[in-house]
Write a protein that binds this ligand. Structure first.
Ligand code: AMP
Length: 126
């Protein structure tokens, strides 16, 4: 079920548990600002999630409230993960779902990195 991205941050969300090490993940990258891991239900040969370490519900929350250093650190980390994963030359897609119409399911900001094959049109039509 999509979440309401205007709700306050919920420390019980699954990505908060991954950040605290309470549930396992297949880690790809970690630095001061960001953590990246393989999506549990990959929708492309490469499907990585990059999340900020701070408590932000969505891109909306993050872009409105995060300090500049956290924004810069997170954006740099997303690019680094893509480069480290060999996605730049063949190309890849970045996606952040926000709230109901965006079909966001986990209420901790995450950027999807998709790659490893041609990805087709930008949106599905269903
Ligand atoms: P979204 O619809 O943008 O909120 O995407 C949530 C993503 O989180 C989906 O692609 C799920 O497959 C993924 N996901 C949910 N739980 C886990 C988990 N424990 N480890 C890795 N990925 C997860």
């Amino acid at each position: 079920m999509p979440i309401d991205a205007t709700l306050p941050y919920d420390d019980a969300n699954v990505f908060a548990k991954i950040l605290r090490g309470e549930i396992p993940s297949r880690k790809v990258y970690e630095d001061e600002f960001a953590f990246a891991f393989h999506d549990i239900t990959p929708q492309a040969p490469v499907h990585i999630l990059v999340i900020p370490k701070g408590r932000y519900v969505s891109w909306d929350d993050f872009s409105a409230h995060a300090p500049e250093a956290e924004i810069a650190g997170f954006v740099r980390a997303v690019g680094q993960v893509a480069r480290d994963s060999g996605l730049v030359e063949p190309g890849y897609r970045l996606l952040a779902n926000i709230g109901g119409h965006g079909h966001q399911e986990v209420p901790h900001l995450h950027v999807h990195l998709f790659g490893g094959r041609p990805l087709g049109p930008m949106l599905s039509h269903d």
